[in-house]
Design a protein around this ligand. Structure first.
Ligand SMILES: Nc1nc2c(c(=O)[nH]1)N[C@@H](CN(C=O)c1ccc(C(=O)N[C@@H](CCC(=O)O)C(=O)O)cc1)CN2
Length: 299
C-alpha cells in the first residue's frame, strides 16, 4: 500500500498566485506601479506556445501587464537582440524572458546575456547565476525556486539533509544544487557519467529528478521515506496510442517507497509560472525602491 504524501504543486501555485495578486494590488495602490512582464517567443513550437499563452493569461490574472512578442522562426539573432534592447529600455517592462528553446540558428547564450540582469525574471543571466552561487541578491530561476518552496513546505528545515540532483543543466540542475546548498543540505549533482547512479540516489533524503528521460528513476532506487521532486516533463505514447505526460521518475513504483512525491502533471510544472510572476513582482519592487515581499515560504 502506498503511503507517500502527494505534493500538490497545482494547489500550491494557485495559492502563490493569489498572494502575488494581493501584493500587486498593494504595489499599485501605494506606489502607483503596475508590474509588466514581456515574453518573447521565436517560432511555433507547440509546447512553447502553450507555455507562453499560460504565462500571458496568468500575468493578467495577477493584475500585471503582459507584453507578448511572437516572432517567426526565421527571425535573425540581430532582430531578436534589437527587440530585447528595446524591452531593456522600456520603463513599463520590469521582467523580460525569451521562451526556450530558441531556433537552432540563434545562440541561446547571446540572447540570455542581452537581457538586463535586473529584468531577467528567468534568472538565467550569468550575473544572476553568479549571485546565486555566491550568496548575492539576484533573481533565482523559476523551476528550482518552485521546487525549493515545495520542499520547504513539505519538510520544513532542510539543514543537514542529503540531496541528490540528477541532471546538471544551467536552468535546473546547477541552480537547484546552489539553492539546496544555501539551505545547508549536503548536495550531490549526478549526471549521465555518474557511476552507480542508483546507489547515489538511494543515499538521498531528497531526490530532484531533472534529466529529461521518461520514468528513468524507479522505486528501487529510492530510500524509504525520501522526498522526491520530479522536474521531468516528457511526452510519451500511452497504451491507448494517445500521448501522455510523464516525469523522470516512475511514479507507480516510487510512490510505494517515497515519503512524499510530486506528480507529473500537477507537481513542479505549475510552480514555474507562479515563480516567474513572483520574480516579476520582485523586479518591479526593486526597480521602484520598494522592499519586495518574500512569498512562497509560509509565515
Ligand atoms: N524561458 C524559459 N523557457 C523555458 C522554461 C523557463 O522556465 N523559462 N521552462 C520550460 C517550460 N515552461 C515554462 O516556460 C513550463 C513548463 C511546464 C509548465 C507546466 O505547467 N506544466 C504542467 C503540464 C502542462 C502540459 O500539459 O504541458 C505540469 O507539469 O503540470 C509550465 C511552464 C522550458 N522552457
Amino acid at each position: 500500500m502506498s503511503s507517500a504524501k502527494i505534493i500538490d504543486g497545482k494547489a500550491f501555485a494557485a495559492k502563490l498566485r493569489g498572494d502575488i495578486a494581493s501584493e500587486v494590488a498593494k504595489l499599485k495602490a501605494e506606489h502607483g506601479v503596475v508590474p509588466g512582464l514581456a515574453v518573447v517567443l521565436v517560432g511555433e513550437d507547440p509546447a512553447s506556445e502553450v507555455y507562453v499563452r499560460n504565462k500571458g493569461k496568468q500575468t493578467l490574472e495577477c493584475g500585471m501587464n503582459s507584453y507578448e512578442h511572437k516572432l517567426p522562426a526565421a527571425t535573425s539573432q540581430e532582430d531578436l537582440l534589437a527587440i530585447i534592447t528595446q524591452l531593456n529600455n522600456d520603463p513599463k517592462v520590469h521582467g523580460i524572458l525569451c521562451q526556450l528553446p530558441v531556433p537552432k540558428h540563434i545562440d541561446e547564450n547571446a540572447v540570455l546575456a542581452a537581457i538586463d540582469p535586473a529584468k531577467d525574471v528567468d534568472g538565467f543571466h550569468i550575473i544572476n547565476a553568479g549571485a546565486l552561487a555566491t550568496g548575492g541578491d539576484g533573481i533565482a530561476p523559476c523551476t528550482p525556486y518552485g521546487c525549493l518552496m515545495l520542499l520547504k513546505d513539505t519538510l520544513g528545515d532542510l539543514s543537514g539533509k542529503r540531496a541528490v540532483v540528477v541532471g546538471r543543466s544551467n536552468i535546473v540542475g546547477k541552480p537547484m544544487a546552489q539553492l539546496l546548498l544555501k539551505e545547508n543540505c549536503t548536495v550531490t549533482i549526478a549526471h549521465s557519467r555518474t557511476r552507480d547512479l542508483a546507489e547515489e540516489v538511494r543515499r538521498a533524503d531528497i531526490v530532484i529528478a531533472a534529466v529529461g528521460r521518461p520514468n528513468m528513476i524507479t522505486g528501487d532506487w529510492i530510500a524509504k521515506g525520501a522526498t522526491v521532486i520530479d522536474v521531468g516533463i516528457n511526452r510519451i505514447e500511452g497504451e491507448n496510442g494517445k500521448m501522455k505526460l510523464v516525469g523522470d521518475v516512475d511514479f507507480a513504483s516510487a510512490v510505494e517507497v517515497a515519503g512524499a512525491i510530486t506528480p507529473v502533471p500537477g507537481g513542479v510544472g505549475p510552480m514555474t509560472i507562479a515563480c516567474l510572476l513572483n520574480n516579476t513582482l520582485i523586479a518591479a519592487c526593486r526597480a521602484n525602491g520598494v522592499t519586495p515581499p518574500k512569498l512562497g515560504f509560509g509565515g
